[in-house]
Design a protein. Structure first.
Length: 309
């Protein structure tokens, strides 16, 4: 079943340099970094030290106020640097990546798992930080019950990645993720897609699908929440990024934390705007090198939402 939602207010900004629907593997980044500041409200406690050799999926740090909330490495390799700021605040954990990636394996989640077993698995796997809570857009409280879960399968932001293209080969992972996440909520998993799209979400079961049209911010998950199930005092809803569903689904099916992203390299200064498959935490110059038309001081390289953790 699908429903139509049309937004009248908003504004589309037509910028030059939209990415062509061509996917290439990004050159391997030598170093990868994880920055605790990407996770709002977290007080990190390190679980590694310099020179440690780690697997992809090993715990890098956890939250001091909730030791069950773990944050894992996107790659296997060696911890080469832990950058600290004032009062020894942890700013970044730098990893020299192995040439061949090796993954920690937790085993797949059993199909009969109940709600508590699912939560424990996602916490142990380092996938819980992908689940966000509204209000406040913070990591979801795993001890609470959301009244519903929301996913935006359409981005209306200028030059943003086209989810119809980036997710088209991930039906299996997305289905696994939504089928399991649906057990965590008292309500539906609500998903928005562009009305005229051929979204992979049209083939996914166990969701409530909404066809969205109208100017930006029609594709924002907050716009969908406002139209479908607004948050009242004392209530909360959870949200998950469409691409994060792929990582969660892969973990559920295989037991491995595979932190891949498909990102768009776009903009007026890009030689050939297109899509790259990369890994969370990569050096951005592994994507931008030799792809910018003219190197000058007016160029501004922005790492957008879909490339960061």
């Amino acid at each position: 079943m699908s429903n139509d939602i049309h937004f009248k207010k908003g504004l589309d900004i037509n910028l030059v340099g939209e990415a062509n629907k061509v996917l290439v593997p990004a050159p391997k980044s030598k170093f990868y970094s994880v920055e605790p500041s990407d996770f709002h409200g977290i007080n990190p406690k390190l679980n590694v030290k310099i020179s440690d050799n780690i697997l992809a999926g090993d715990v890098l740090f956890y939250d001091k106020s909730d030791e069950l909330l773990k944050f894992v490495s996107p790659v296997s390799g060696q911890i080469t640097e832990i950058i600290r700021g004032e009062k020894r605040k942890i700013l970044s954990i730098k990893i020299l990546a192995d040439e061949k990636q090796v993954f920690k394996n937790l085993g797949s989640l059993k199909k009969s798992a109940n709600r508590q077993e699912i939560i424990e698995f996602l916490l142990s796997a380092g996938c819980w930080p992908f689940i966000m809570q509204r209000p406040y857009a913070i990591i979801a409280n795993h001890k609470s019950f959301p009244k519903s879960i929301f996913v935006s399968g359409y981005s209306s932001e200028p030059l943003s990645a086209n989810f119809d293209f980036t997710l088209k080969d991930n039906k299996k992972e997305i289905q696994a993720a939504v089928s399991v996440l649906g057990k965590l909520s008292e309500g539906n998993i609500n998903v928005s897609v562009e009305k005229s799209s051929n979204s992979i979400f049209r083939e996914i079961k166990d969701i409530e699908l909404y066809n969205v049209s109208g100017p930006h911010p029609s594709g924002n998950v907050g716009s969908l929440i406002n139209k479908v199930d607004p948050v009242n005092k004392g209530e909360s809803v959870w949200t998950v990024s469409a691409q994060d569903l792929v990582i969660i689904g892969h973990m559920l099916l295989t037991g491995e934390f595979k932190a891949e992203r498909i990102v768009s390299l776009s903009g007026s200064s890009i030689e050939s705007p297109r899509y790259f498959k990369t890994i969370i935490g990569c050096q951005i110059d592994s994507i931008t090198n030799n792809n910018i038309v003219t190197q000058n001081e007016n160029n501004r390289i922005i790492s957008g939402y879909h490339i960061v953790w």
